[in-house]
Design a protein around this ligand. Structure first.
Ligand code: VGL
Ligand code: ZN
Length: 195
């Protein structure tokens, strides 16, 4: 795998690094906590280069359609303004981070950070041509964000060591990575760089 080499025109997309998606959370992703350190390395790298950083968050109302009481697939998670919806306190998000909230109305779900948000427009406003994607979960919100990024015409780089899968069915995460590669997303490693 090639090593990440951020360039002008790149932005970092940090997907849903929220308490409820970490082990012990309402919808904890197995080993999700292992991505905090590599995501922090990415934040430091993009911050030091002055490149845009976007953090998405799942931001559901308490009666969201994706929750089991309403026939959805998931237990209640990431309810807006609750501790479970907060970003991990271990995440070093710089003050200039652009925040994107998604799926914040009762009857609309969105795995992709592009769906129902201003993400594509705000990236274009900043001259972004390529997005570097990391976070949770590989087989849901990361996958769907990558699909939409490609559809919107962005080049995409993914950082597998900085993402983890729910793996409802074993292999979902690996299949998601293969699907992303099939769409032209380029996997990279963080390599031995200092940050
Ligand atoms: C997600 C399941 C439900 C995710 C969000 O961020 O991957 N997964 N809502
Ligand atoms: Zn959700």
């Amino acid at each position: 795998m090639v090593t990440l080499q951020p360039l002008p025109g790149d932005a970092l997309l940090v997907i849903d690094m929220q308490v409820d998606f970490l082990p012990g959370g309402a919808l904890g992703v197995p080993r999700g906590d292992e991505v905090i350190a590599p995501v922090n390395r990415l934040l430091a790298l993009f911050g030091s280069l002055g490149l845009p950083i976007v953090a998405s968050r799942d931001w559901h109302p308490a009666n969201h359609c994706s929750f089991t009481p309403r026939g959805g697939p998931w237990p209640a998670h990431c309810v807006a303004d609750t501790p479970g919806a907060a970003f991990s306190s271990e995440l070093d998000l710089p003050p200039a981070t652009v925040l994107v909230s998604k799926a914040d109305t009762a009857d609309f779900d969105a795995y992709s950070a592009f769906k129902g948000t201003q993400l594509a427009a705000l990236l274009r406003e900043r001259g972004v041509r390529r997005v570097v994607v990391c976070g949770l979960a590989t087989d849901y919100c990361v996958l769907n964000t990558v699909i939409d990024a490609r559809t919107e015409g962005f080049e995409v780089v993914v950082v597998p060591e900085a993402m983890r899968a729910v793996d409802v069915t074993p292999g979902d995460g690996e299949r998601a990575l293969a699907q992303m590669a099939g769409l032209g997303a380029v996997p990279v490693s963080l390599g031995e760089r200092r940050i």
